[in-house]
Design a protein around this ligand. Sequence first.
Ligand code: UFG
Length: 320
Amino acid sequence: MKCLVVGGAGYIGSHMVKHLVRAGHQVLVADTAAARPGIPWVGLDIADAPTLDALFAEYRFDAVFHFASFIQVGESVADPAKYYQNNVAATLTLLQAMVRAGIQTLIFSSTAAVYGDPQRVPIDEDHPKSPINPYGRSKWMVEQILQDFDRAYGLNSVCLRYFNAAGADPEGLLGERHEPETHLIPLILQAAAGRREAVTVFGRDYPTPDGTCIRDYVHVTDLVSAHALAVDYLMAGGASTACNLGNGQGFSVQQVIDTARQVTGREISISEAPRRAGDPPRLVADASKAKALLGWQAQFASLEQIVSHAWNWERQYPWH
Ligand code: UFG
């Protein structure tokens, strides 16, 4: 297959690129940041329709993977325009260019944030969609646009609703790095490595057994394998759909810190802070649809493995 990976220089996108290249596909990364050395890359903002048209005229892509979006909930509340512009408007430009070029297959990175505060846990795909911040709304808007684009233009898509993406390439070639970093596991491991003084626990007064928030952490390599299965599913004539990706098991912030202490053998200092706005107490996926429909099976479902791969990366590339 000829694949375009939009956002292929980022955390999850770069793991996808590695998988596709290893599987023998032809891959081009479109990103505003440079891809890994040796990977064909075009510096491209997907809001740029003429450049997209030229790219699609030059290469006949079989499938597009779309990872490029802003992902910080707090920032989306403070600056919603940035999120609607990049995550919705620029994506619409990409979709229109795909339709013009006759590219009919898209795998879209969506999120558990489309559900908002869960009414029931584990969360299945039919759970009401009521996102509570502009980030979640931007992803749900794109999902609805995709439903309309399928009906009107025959653009087939699978929206993959990630729960908490975590971990790193088991071979140690890739890992997670955001600037600024806001995600729990990298922050814990930076504290373990002595790169920050402590990790802050946001709230101990949640209605959970130890009072800290519970999340469903899913290994980045498992996310990537779901994308590969999703594209096979569409290529085999599967209908457009959306699937949750998670392990169906929740871990509290305190449990993640305890696991990181075990895995790293380091003391990890904790500082306490009040709840972070917009954090639901418990998010756990019912991912049975991805298993039944796509044949997805997580390979690295244990939290120890997820943290240990992330720790390998943290130690190997401390300058990142
Ligand atoms: N947390 C802390 N301290 C920190 C960072 C996080 O206690 O320094 C807690 C949070 O309160 C939350 C849990 O750790 O309970 C996980 O937080 P993350 O920021 O790692 O992840 P979120 O669950 O907030 O976010 C995830 C994705 C986001 C996405 C969001 C909504 O990582 O990209 O789900 O789908 F926006």
